[in-house]
Design a protein around this ligand. Structure first.
Ligand code: ADP
Length: 267
């Protein structure tokens, strides 16, 4: 196999704690190369899940964090100028299609709609990627699979996937894990004991109930892991929670005080 793709193999088993039957369902989807959409709030385990699945299936994984400035060329590739003249450089999507990687487009809604259209011919039975500027039609490698993540909470009229895009994917719902599972994850990832992890999860659950009532998004599993990492380093729990859980998600003084109060309720 080419050196180009070698670097994308997930070498060590990522820690992933299954929350339902998502591993089995994903394996079935991969076996028929169904493009997949992982739906759910930020920081709830979608990226970790794809890393784990790529490792389990023994396939390379190419991840692209999408943003609003991303153009189709950033995905597909472009001609570059060098001392020898111009040369074509494949973008991450093209590399994945050529060599048979799983291509994970994280937060695909962020990308401009013309960008999402380039994935269309790869996600139906054609499984091809036209490189218009180069005049090449890349037929996807049999192992290639496209996976996107999508946060339904962020959708707006301007920023939503088109139905014609959505309907090309199978979808798995992700959410913050159940209390005991999330406690286990936070404790495993940070090394803090489960009694503290349990309290961190309870604080997050309080904040999640405020979503839509002054908070755009609840405290994620990722944030709990930040807090746990600080606590494991000896930072005072209150300071750690303020810094990792409360300050990042609100600028509103009343909401900040309410969340700080939730922290003191548990610690
Ligand atoms: P997303 O892609 O949904 O924004 P991530 O996959 O980056 O979120 O998850 C954030 C962190 O939460 C991960 O780095 C991991 O430490 C932890 N995590 C969340 N869910 C799980 C899980 N089910 N098993 C193991 N770790 C998890």
């Amino acid at each position: 196999m080419s050196d180009v793709i070698e670097q994308y193999f997930v070498k060590n088993e990522p820690y992933y704690r299954p929350v339902a039957d998502e591993v089995k369902l994903y394996e079935a989807a991969y076996s028929v190369r169904m493009p997949m959409m992982l739906k759910g709030p930020t920081g709830c385990g979608k990226t970790r899940f794809v890393e784990y699945m790529a490792w389990k299936l023994g396939k390379p994984l190419i991840t692209v964090a999408c943003n609003e400035d991303m153009t189709a060329s950033d995905l597909v590739g472009r001609f570059l100028l060098d001392a020898q003249g111009t040369r074509w450089q494949d973008g991450p999507l093209t590399t994945a299609a050529r060599y048979g990687a799983i291509c994970y487009l994280d937060e695909v809604v962020e990308a401009r709609q013309d960008t999402t259209v380039v994935i269309h011919p790869l996600t139906d039975n054609r499984r091809v990627l036209p490189l218009e500027k180069k005049g090449e039609l890349v037929g996807a490698h049999p192992d290639f699979q496209l996976v996107i993540s999508y946060n339904p909470g962020y959708q707006s009229l301007m920023k939503d996937l088109k139905q014609s895009t959505k309907q090309r994917f199978g979808a798995l719902d992700f959410n913050y894990p159940q209390h005991d599972i999330e406690t286990e994850i936070v404790s495993h990832e940070t090394g803090i004991d489960s009694a503290i992890a349990d309290k961190l999860v309870s604080i997050a659950e309080r904040a999640r109930n405020l979503k839509g009532h002054g908070l755009d998004e609840g405290i994620s599993t990722r944030m709990l892991i930040y807090a746990g990492n600080l606590i494991a380093k000896g930072v005072d729990v209150h300071a750690a929670c303020r810094m990792a859980l409360v300050r990042p998600i609100t600028d509103d003084p009343d909401m900040r005080d309410a969340l700080d109060a939730a922290v003191t309720t548990f610690f």
